[in-house]
Design a protein around this ligand. Structure first.
Ligand code: NDP
Length: 287
């Protein structure tokens, strides 16, 4: 059976480190604060928000939730985001997306100051990530993938990494971050030919396709490390979640694997807070 790379110890280690950094900032009279922007009340947004608040509290950070009605108009929302972005006491901004269809999301995202864009919603952040600029914040989910690999001492240099998925929020930045650690990276997507064969070449396989249990025995080989980013409704267990990897079939073959739930998803809010603390340090000239 594969070693299970659970997220909790990774998140705990990040939070422990952050407690010290937050205490240092507080000693200087600075309290790091996350602004959470939400339109409407989607259950998955509320769930993530609950986790983010709990993580902030556990490390002594502050947060403020800005909730807007589903029918807010473009002009009012632009004004609100601009005001939040200008607030000196807010160092990081998390805005849930997608926004309602009547809003111009691209325009609204662009109003978030890049230095407070702790979940990579702006093109400025994407550019910084692509250019390996250390002041740029990659999205929290692929960063959580990297935190897991680092915590469990998985070597990346010279290894073959295959990323399944090319979204701007997971697949592409995951590939960039793996490349930064000197892995040789292949990105796969819905038009990739011979997908199982390509995936089998990986030493590290990152699955981010949003298809329940798509990665089966023929995608993996012994010795492989499998990181499952997917969060899908489990077709075999109504009301439960599962990953993009068919855990029962894949776990007996590979060397290490993240569970769902309890894997990547449990590290993301710790990363969100880590980014906010770093943003606060940079904004105050301390990093
Ligand atoms: P998207 O739907 O934006 O992207 C999915 C990607 O997978 C696309 O690049 C798509 O290819 C590719 N894909 C879809 N079907 C196939 C297929 N049959 N074969 C090969 N490639 C395929 O999803 P996200 O990147 O936003 O999310 C991916 C998963 O990660 C989801 O399950 C989501 O719930 C989860 N997630 C988890 C988070 C966490 O904190 N753990 C946070 C964010 C997301 P193409 O580009 O060609 O269409």
């Amino acid at each position: 059976m594969a070693e299970r790379l659970t997220g909790k110890p990774v998140a705990d280690a990040i939070k422990e480190e952050l407690k010290g950094r937050v205490a240092d900032l507080k000693a200087k009279g600075i309290v790091p604060k996350l602004g959470i922007v939400r339109v409407g009340a989607r259950s998955d947004d509320l769930y993530y928000e609950g986790g983010a608040k709990k993580t902030c509290e556990s490390i002594g950070m502050e947060y403020e939730v800005f909730e807007y009605p589903q029918d807010i108009d473009q002009e009012s929302f632009e004004k609100a985001i601009t005001e939040i972005g200008a607030r000196k006491d807010i160092h990081g901004i998390l805005m849930f997306s997608p926004l309602p269809k009547h809003l111009n999301e691209r325009k609204i995202r662009s109003l978030i100051p890049v230095e407070k864009d702790v979940d990579s919603l702006t093109l400025g952040s994407a550019g910084k990530v692509f250019a390996d600029d250390p002041t740029g914040f990659p999205p929290c989910t692929p960063t959580a993938v990297m935190e897991i690999l680092k915590y469990y001492n998985i070597p990346l240099e010279g290894k073959r990494a295959v990323v399944l998925g090319r979204s701007l929020v997971v697949g592409k930045p995951a590939a960039i971050l793996l490349l930064r650690e000197n892995a040789t990276v292949t990105i796969c997507h819905s038009r990739t030919k011979n997908l199982p064969e390509v995936c089998r070449e990986a030493d590290i396989l990152v699955a981010a396709v949003g298809r329940a249990k798509m990665v089966k025995e023929d995608y993996v080989k012994p010795g492989m490390v499998v990181i499952d980013v997917g969060i899908n409704e489990d077709p075999d267990n109504p009301g439960k979640y599962c990953g993009d990897v068919d855990f029962e079939k894949v776990e007996p073959i590979v060397d290490k694997i993240t569970p769902v739930p309890g894997g990547v998803g449990s590290v993301t809010t710790a990363v969100l807070c880590k980014h906010t603390v770093k943003a606060c340090e940079i904004l105050n000239g301390l990093a």
